[in-house]
Design a protein around this ligand. Structure first.
Ligand SMILES: Cc1cc2nc3c(=O)[nH]c(=O)nc-3n(C[C@H](O)[C@H](O)[C@H](O)COP(=O)(O)O)c2cc1C
Length: 447
């Protein structure tokens, strides 16, 4: 049904065997499938059948300390997206890449390549890499601190934008008769000299189809929100209640004005992990079945990583210890988990159970109608522009969402029934950026 109503944006967060930490042990899940291209092609095609805006791949740059208990690894996301681009036609393809452990030139080139290969469907989830182990794989003995990581991210993204803009859109003329391939005056160096990077440019590839790939961000600390307000066009975020999501939504949208941006120029997508059954009891049983497969040792290690402290050896049925304020790791996720534990007086074991489903994202258990009601509630009351869908298992959890929930959202006029745009930006209703004049670029890059 065509609709003039505001439309939801839906992203499928592809995550190995599933978002529940015991997904790989579920009877319907084939744990080794996640090491095949076919697994991801099937998921991306399912999401495309549901007319979702995009699929998204997370990434970390070190093997998990928990590898003994869980297949927590993934293919290199841009490599995988290039393959998915050839197996899909419409859906957006978002890859995580770190600003702490990459160089702007090579990453700008890789995203420009995937954007071309996919015909304008690439998105970059910009992360600063909070893990300690990641530093050890990139010539460092310690991760840079939180503030330094966000400072570098700012310069990184500004230079990546300048590199994409180093070719004007009409720089390639391909005039066979005149023997002129490109108008060299429209391909300019960026001559960047900053605190972190010295880059002459220009990029060795024409401007991406979308101008810039869609810029996505997923850190919700104060520094993260300011970074998002300046650079991001979509934000993934974790909230355990609609009230907290509303507060975040108003806060982040309120920061855009300082950067000369309008609220509609950034879409906020909280995570939701839906357990779907024909009845609520059936959905509840699915959730319980997965929870019964959880390994407590794994849970404590996960929680330790999230809080950036070692909880091993503490009594599982005791409370969380007093923790230092703040962290150089994941600030917003630590704050969310500590707040949950204190508010509900949870033991360490209970906290691990609460985050087993989706690492601190919102878990919702119900019938397809109830899931659709919840999505509509958040969407229509200022908590979300859409959702990051985090199926508990693959492929079953994504199939359930696409087959059972999407049609209800479509019937309610809240979600597209056909793709109307061609590029990822068009799916999200975001404008294609024009090339900034060189003088303005230079001013933006002066750091
Ligand atoms: C949905 C979602 C996906 C994320 N994916 C990644 C990822 O793939 N790699 C990564 O290093 N961090 C990822 N993060 C973590 C954030 O980038 C960030 O480190 C974390 O949220 C803490 O940021 P903060 O300190 O600004 O709160 C993700 C966060 C969210 C909400």
């Amino acid at each position: 049904m065509a609709s003039s109503q505001k439309q939801l944006h839906l992203n499928a967060f592809l995550h190995g065997t599933g978002h529940h930490e015991a997904a790989w042990r579920h009877p319907d899940v084939a744990p080794l499938e996640e090491l095949t291209l076919a697994h991801y092609v099937a998921a991306a095609q399912t999401a495309e059948r549901g007319r979702l805006d995009s699929v998204f791949l997370a990434d970390g740059l070190a093997v998990s300390a928990n590898i003994a208990f869980n297949p927590q690894h993934s293919f290199e996301p841009l490599t995988l997206l290039a393959a998915l681009a050839t197996a899909t036609e419409h859906i957006g393809l978002i890859a995580t890449a770190s600003t702490t452990y990459n160089q702007p030139y090579s990453l700008a080139r890789a995203f420009a390549s995937v954007d071309r290969i996919s015909g304008g469907r690439a998105g970059w989830n910009i992360v600063t890499s909070a893990g300690q182990g990641e530093a050890l794989n990139f010539n460092l003995s310690q991760r840079p601190n939180h503030a330094q990581r966000y400072e570098r991210a700012d310069e990184f993204v500004s230079t990546a934008k300048a590199l994409w803009d180093s070719w004007e859109d009409d720089a390639v003329v391909a005039d066979k008769a005149a023997g002129v391939y490109a108008d060299a005056a429209k391909i300019r160096p960026i001559n960047h000299e900053g605190a972190h990077f010295q880059i002459q440019g220009p990029l060795n590839l024409p401007r991406p189809v979308q101008g810039h790939p869609l810029l996505v961000q997923a850190g919700s600390s104060e520094a993260g929100k300011d970074f998002a307000a300046q650079h991001a066009e979509a934000v993934f975020t974790a909230h355990l209640s609609v009230e907290s999501a509303r507060e975040f939504y108003a806060d982040l949208k309120g920061r855009l004005g300082a950067y000369g941006r309008l609220p509609g120029e950034l879409k906020i997508l909280p995570g939701i992990s839906p357990y779907i059954g024909r009845t609520r009891a059936e959905a509840q049983a699915k959730h319980e079945q997965l929870n019964s497969l959880v390994n407590p040792e794994y849970g404590v290690r996960q929680l330790s990583a999230m809080l950036d402290v070692d909880l091993s050896g503490l009594p599982l049925d005791g409370p969380l210890p007093e923790l230092p304020a703040g962290t150089e790791g994941m600030q917003s996720r630590k704050a969310l988990v500590v707040e949950l534990a204190r508010r509900e007086s949870l033991s360490i074991r209970q906290v691990t159970e609460r985050i087993a489903g989706a690492r601190g994202h919102y878990t919702f258990i119900g019938t397809p109608e109830q899931v659709a009601d919840e999505i509509e509630l958040w969407f229509t009351t200022g908590a979300a522009d859409g959702f990051n869908i985090m199926p508990p298992t693959f492929p079953g959890g994504l199939d359930d969402f696409v087959e059972l929930v999407v049609p209800i959202l479509q019937r309610r006029g809240l979600f597209r029934t056909e793709y109307t745009g061609r590029t990822l930006r068009e799916h999200y209703g975001l404008a294609r950026p024009s090339v900034r004049p060189p003088v303005q670029q230079a001013a933006l890059l002066a750091v």
